[in-house]
Design a protein around this ligand. Structure first.
Ligand SMILES: [Zn+2]
Length: 437
């Protein structure tokens, strides 16, 4: 009975996300609008860095006040997760009041989680920016279905959050019976947006394809937190015609960016955090096609300020202007998670990245999922879920593709499976790398 009331309340609640308060309203409707076309973060950056140099032991012990962006680049060294873990106490601003903060951790699929201190009002810049990005696919607060890392009690198909206008489904149930419930519930309540990990959205899309269900009921799939893989894009966008909105973000909340309406490069939001892309020598990349590591500096968290923090994520530089939306901001593409987890090792212990194994053409349409597993350098297991259309001819093409791409460097084996491996937190890794070098 309660769920019926919650559904009614969700429908009546037309003020979300406006009800997030004046701070949120002002940030989204005045600050972000004013700085939409271009934003110079220098003043804000200097303010937060100098405040850290004054109040945060880690920085106070190392730096003197800076006066310009070039001072910043010349004087402040990069840090990473290990550095923060080793000096954790020193990263917290002196006199931080418990009432102003909350704590969280980096989720992560590898390594120890990092404990983070975050301002309580972080939703202002966090949701203000995210919800502005989602407007690119027409989302303005409409009811959303959520298929992420929630595990529900066995007797519940979904729960409803009337405040955030969400129908939350179980991200760990992947049976056809359950996906049927998801689809029919979305159809019944005319829910046009699905907020999901790309891997969850993909599994759901495989189901939609097999059932030949009408996918025109969806406006868009909001797919972040993982990169969008080519097989996912091929099925959801090209075959099923569902618009996908993909974005990049990470748990330390220093960098956020996503597509615009007509351009599928990642637009790094300059008001969210200060972004740099660095090469192996720590030099800043601003040339198209060059790849480097994403480095972020907070513009909003004075309580545990992370400055020039190496995220371990990599991207390719595209440019600093988008002609489709007319915004001056940094564009990147081909974002890869922690590099180690994307490496496929050859027999001689050199390596390639999994993006080097991107297939061209229509091969993705013959499968309903794929994943790489590596237990030894020079040996690769390719797990494939076959579609009905997967024929001997197609199999031959897969073998040819891998023979040509991997060559003498790496033996491979194709395993046909019904299910792929997922992590405890519900996330999907395209490569299970068990080799430690
Ligand atoms: Zn654009």
């Amino acid at each position: 009975m309660r769920i019926v009331i919650y559904i009614i309340l969700s429908k009546l609640n037309i003020i979300y996300p406006k009800l997030l308060g004046f701070g949120y309203w002002y940030y989204k409707n005045v600050f972000l609008k004013k700085n939409l076309k271009s934003y110079n973060p220098e003043q804000k950056l200097l303010k937060i860095v100098n405040r850290a140099i004054k109040n945060v032991p880690y920085y106070r012990d190392r730096y003197k006040e800076i006066n310009s962006l070039s001072d910043f680049k010349r004087q402040i060294n990069f840090i990473d997760k290990d550095e923060v873990m080793d000096n954790w106490e020193d990263f917290i601003a002196l006199g931080t009041s418990k009432s102003k903060i909350i704590t969280g951790t980096t989720g992560g699929t590898s390594g120890k989680p990092l404990k983070l201190v975050i301002p309580k009002n972080r939703y202002i810049f966090e949701l203000g920016t995210m919800y502005t990005m989602w407007e690119n696919v027409g989302w303005k607060g409409q009811i959303r279905a959520v298929l992420r890392n929630t595990k529900l009690e066995v007797n519940k198909d979904y729960i409803v959050n009337p405040v955030k206008r969400e129908f939350v489904f179980d991200g760990f149930r992947t049976s056809d019976v359950y996906y049927d419930i998801v689809y029919k519930t979305m159809k019944k309540y005319k829910i046009k947006y699905l907020h999901a990990y790309p891997s969850s959205a993909y599994q759901f899309a495989v189901f939609l394809k097999n059932k030949e269900y009408d996918t025109s009921i969806f406006n868009a799939f909001l797919c972040g937190s993982e990169g969008l893989l080519l097989e996912q894009k091929s099925l959801i966008e090209d075959q099923l015609g569902i618009n996908v909105y993909n974005w990049y973000g990470h748990s330390e909340k220093l960098v956020l960016g996503g597509y615009c309406k007509n351009n599928k490069n990642i637009h790094i939001e300059p008001t969210y955090g200060f972004f740099e892309l660095i090469d192996i020598n720590g030099d800043i990349i601003n040339e198209p096609k060059k790849k480097g590591e994403i480095v972020g500096t907070t513009l909003h968290n004075q309580y545990m300020p992370l400055i020039r923090y190496r995220t371990g994520d990599y991207a390719e530089y595209v440019g600093d202007y988008c002609k489709d939306c007319g915004r001056h901001l940094i564009l990147v593409k081909n974002i890869e998670g922690r590099r180690d987890s994307n490496r496929i090792y050859f027999k001689d212990q050199t390596y390639t990245s999994i993006t080097a194994l991107n297939m061209h053409g229509d091969l993705y349409t013959y499968i309903n999922g794929m994943q790489y597993v590596q237990n030894k350098p020079g040996q690769l297991i390719i797990k494939l879920i076959k579609d009905e259309t997967y024929s001997n001819q197609v199999e031959k093409r897969f073998f040819e593709f891998y023979e040509n791409t991997l060559g003498e460097n790496c033996d491979f084996e194709i395993q046909y499976v019904d299910e792929l491996l997922t992590e405890k937190n519900g996330k999907f890794l395209p490569l299970h790398q068990n080799v430690k070098l």
